[in-house]
Design a protein around this ligand. Structure first.
Ligand code: AMP
Length: 295
């Protein structure tokens, strides 16, 4: 299967058909590159697809708003969905196949198996969203088993998720190369996210405080302010000045352990989750330039 860019990708709904298809592609010697998403594609997703296009013979995109990674009262029902729109965008990035299963096929009656990664999942988003990572690791394991990818691409936008998936892939000996990709931002700095559609114009303006906090933290570190408490205190003030912003977490952590650090060093990542109104946004970045990338 070769991929003329702009050819509309084929959409496969059935779990069994997708798995048969992918097993046959592997047997035919094709290298499968895979980008799992929840859809409502934006340039961040497309950057992963383009890199996947480069790394595989067949480029597979999954679009599945996975119910097990949403908590009660979260935005599962409202999450934006438009398969036709996504298929047209995926075509521009050269996707060959879109796997878009329905929840009842992924989690049929009697479903009882979950994957849990310990240690990395109790902190940060895991603390705020109990059960979230169990849903993520379970669905990614299932998707890996169905799609049988040689290489899978994930964004550093979800820094903790990437760390957790790397851990899981190593621990379970999954024969998949996991590639981390840089955060794609709007021109003004806002990290692209499907959830940005929830923001009003005024909230969109206030949401810039996340990327501004990152810039401020990097400037402080570059000027020698490496006491994490002092950096966090400044950023807390910056964010508190936004009337609709509420900090969920704001931490400086080691890039691999995700444990909080007292002092900024080249492994330090600032991770933040901030509610702007009802919308929870996340962002992150290394604080010193010499940091080796997680990618
Ligand atoms: P999602 O559809 O939000 O589950 O995201 C699917 C994949 O796209 C995940 O690996 C995300 O980390 C990645 N992603 C989302 N937003 C961005 C972004 N702004 N830049 C790079 N990757 C992203």
């Amino acid at each position: 299967m070769t991929s003329a860019v702009n050819k509309t990708p084929e959409i496969v709904r059935s779990v069994d058909q997708m798995q048969q298809r992918c097993l046959a592609l592997r047997e035919a010697g094709k290298r499968i590159a895979f980008v799992p998403t929840m859809g409502w594609l934006h340039e961040g997703h497309l950057s992963l697809l383009r890199e996947g296009r480069r790394r595989g013979d067949v480029l597979v995109l999954s679009i599945f708003v996975n119910p097990t990674q949403f908590g009660a009262g979260e935005d599962f029902d409202n999450y934006p969905r438009d398969l036709d729109r996504d298929a047209a965008l995926a075509a521009t990035a050269g996707a060959d196949l879109i796997f878009a299963p329905v929840a009842s096929d992924m989690y049929p009656r009697g479903y009882a198996t979950y994957v849990d990664v310990e240690g990395l999942t109790e902190v940060l988003c895991g603390a705020s969203r109990p059960g979230h990572f169990r849903g993520v690791t379970t669905v990614v394991t299932k998707l890996f088993t169905i799609v049988q990818p040689h290489v899978a691409l994930f964004g550093q936008k979800d820094f903790q998720q990437l760390a957790v998936i790397r851990r899981m892939t190593v621990d379970l000996n999954l024969p998949v190369e996991v590639v981390g990709m840089p955060i794609v931002r709007e021109a003004d700095g806002l990290a692209m996210s499907s959830r940005n559609v929830y923001l009003s114009a005024e909230q969109r303006r206030q949401a810039l405080v996340l990327s501004r906090a990152l810039v401020m933290a990097r400037e402080m570190a570059a000027q020698g302010q490496i006491a994490a408490d002092a950096v966090i205190a400044e950023l807390t003030q910056l964010i508190a000045a936004m009337p609709d912003a509420r900090i969920d977490y704001l931490q400086i952590c080691h890039q691999r352990t995700l444990q909080q650090q007292a002092t900024v060093d080249p492994d330090s990542v600032l991770l933040l989750a901030v509610f702007i109104g009802q919308t929870r946004l996340i962002d992150n970045g290394f604080l010193l330039d010499s940091a080796p990338s997680q990618g």
